[in-house]
Design a protein around this ligand. Structure first.
Ligand code: SF4
Length: 523
């Protein structure tokens, strides 16, 4: 086991909590030590939920370990049932509780509660949060949805299920709204959305749908496969980006008999024209590094290249279960996939590649800020700002508009720097200062203490000042030449030249070094 100050995914019981919290009528009894109640804060502080999650912790302390912790569990189970009156009780153990081997499933079953009790095997030492959510969703569906093919009631419009949205998901709530609207325009009704907003009773209706839409494969893949096998329900992937949304409309229209063209020619879909428009074309071939959960990372790479004209120079994921899919996608861009849950390796790769834009998680946002690079968040893990008050989906046509705004604006804001160049003799607009929207970290002369960032371990925390101390010296003539390079590529030219100078031992940096470095990186 590796200790880390920051992880991409929590332990599997946090995944189980995301499913329990998303649903109605479900309560989760978690055998866990004192301290595990921290997980409540993820939902109340980060997601800004009004209620705390429907979780009862046994919260055993060190002194309890010498006595009967199983009795503690029984008492907590009876009290949780009486107090919350759930329709279904989930039972499981967190990492430490797993070690004391109390068998929560067996104990709860022996209590003879008059509701379904679903035991979770959370494998805390091998698995992580998304796996925990997928396992929990699958177990609840298997407990609540009979495996016999039902008689489907007569209806005029086809129906589908939306699978995968949970509590604490990245824009899940808004993605559900966007897809529901899109499906309605395509003549399809939504039968069940699950887990988000579904009760155990609702899950019995999953078999009534004609097909399933897997919104988040990391969470819903195993359920969709079981539904497909048991009820012969075809399965569609949810659409991220304009191209994927158009493909999605075509496939849905084939099933519903609706006119896909009128939906596809949606005037509110602005991404294609915006990305071709005169003020955006200078973004073409911008080099991007993409990292996130597998489905968002793969989709983001496709949108970046096919819809915005960017070039993907790095692609990776922390979702080890979907490593094969990400490797295949990366091969299509001619890059080697980075499959890791070690943020220090991700930082190292970004530092080496020096992309012009990072599309990542909150972790990459912190990394990019430290390195002075523009960044947009495309995937969990999330931060409080990823729950905006406004409607802000990622999927469908409106989702594509949101993606354009959030990915392109960090780059376009660099245009403001021409003002800095015009006023560079003014003391407030010194040319050595970095792009204002990237904060002080972008400036080689100012050291920033990251505000809400987790404290990075010393090895990873090379500050701009530390980087500065071993930066090669520039001759005056080379500095003057550097300043002739347009502001929006000057930072990159400086970094590349210094990298070249370090690699080939060319110090101080002269005019000749500057041009040799240019030739080297263009080769
Ligand atoms: S049981 Fe696991 S999640 Fe809970 S405090 Fe211990 S290590 Fe952390």
């Amino acid at each position: 086991m590796q200790l880390a100050v920051w992880t991409y995914e929590g332990p599997p019981h946090v995944g189980a909590m995301r499913v329990a919290t998303a649903m109605k009528g479900v309560h989760f009894l978690l055998h866990a030590p004192q301290g595990d109640t921290y997980a409540d804060l993820l939902f109340t502080m980060i997601e800004r939920r009004r209620e705390r999650p429907p979780v009862t912790y046994t919260t055993f302390a060190a002194r309890d370990l010498g006595s009967d912790t199983a009795e503690l569990f029984k008492t907590a189970a009876r009290e949780a049932y009486q107090r919350f009156a759930p329709e279904l009780l989930l039972v499981g153990a967190s990492c430490t509780a797993e070690l004391i081997q109390d068998d929560p499933g067996g104990i709860a079953a022996a209590l003879g509660l008059p509701i379904p009790v679903v035991p979770l095997e959370l494998s805390a030492y091998q698995r992580k949060e998304n796996w925990g959510a997928a396992h929990t969703f699958y177990k609840i569906v298997r407990a609540c949805c009979p495996a016999t093919v039902p008689l489907r009631s007569e209806r005029s419009r086809p129906r589908c299920n939306l699978l995968g949205p949970t509590a604490l998901g990245f824009r899940h709530r808004d993605d559900v709204m966007e897809l529901t609207r899109l499906l309605d325009r395509l003549g399809v009704d939504v039968e069940v959305v699950a887990p988000l907003g579904a009760s155990p009773h609702d899950l019995a209706r999953l078999a009534q749908a004609d097909f399933n839409v897997v919104m988040y494969p990391e969470i819903a893949d195993s359920v969709a496969r079981w539904l497909g096998k048991t009820f012969a329900q075809p399965c569609l992937s949810a659409p991220l980006g304009v191209i994927a949304t158009r493909e999605f409309c075509q496939r849905v229209a084939q099933m519903s008999g609706a006119d896909a063209d009128s939906v596809i020619d949606d005037a509110s879909c602005r991404l294609p024209w915006y990305s071709r428009s005169v003020d955006s074309t200078y973004l073409t071939k911008k080099q991007v590094f993409v990292f996130g959960d597998a489905s968002h990372a793969i989709a983001a790479a496709r949108i970046a290249t096919a819809e915005l004209g960017f070039e993907v120079i790095g692609l990776g994921t922390y979702s080890r279960e979907f490593a094969r899919e990400v490797r295949e996608a990366a091969a299509g861009y001619g890059v080697e996939a980075l499959i890791t849950d070690d943020h220090l390796l991700v930082e190292e790769r970004i530092g080496a590649l020096q992309p012009e834009l990072v599309l990542g998680t909150q972790m990459e946002r912190h990394i990019a800020k430290r390195l002075g690079l523009p960044c947009a968040v495309i995937s969990a893990p999330v931060h409080v700002q990823d729950y905006p008050a406004r409607y802000s989906p990622q999927m469908g046509f409106e989702g594509a508009n949101v993606l354009f705004d959030t990915w392109v604006h960090p780059l376009m804001m660099g245009l403001e720097e021409h003002l800095l160049a015009m006023f560079r003799d003014d003391f407030e607009f010194a040319d050595g200062r970095g792009p204002s929207h990237l904060g002080a970290a972008a400036s080689p002369t100012v050291v920033e203490a990251p505000a809400a960032a987790p404290t990075p371990p010393p090895a990873a925390a090379e500050s701009p000042a530390a980087a500065e101390s071993d930066a090669p010296r520039w001759t005056e003539e080379a500095e003057r030449e550097l300043k002739k390079i347009p502001f929006f590529v000057r930072g990159k030219a400086r970094r590349n030249t210094e990298r070249f100078a370090r690699e080939f031992g060319r110090t101080p940096i002269t005019l000749e070094t500057l041009y040799d470095a240019k030739a080297h990186f263009q080769a």
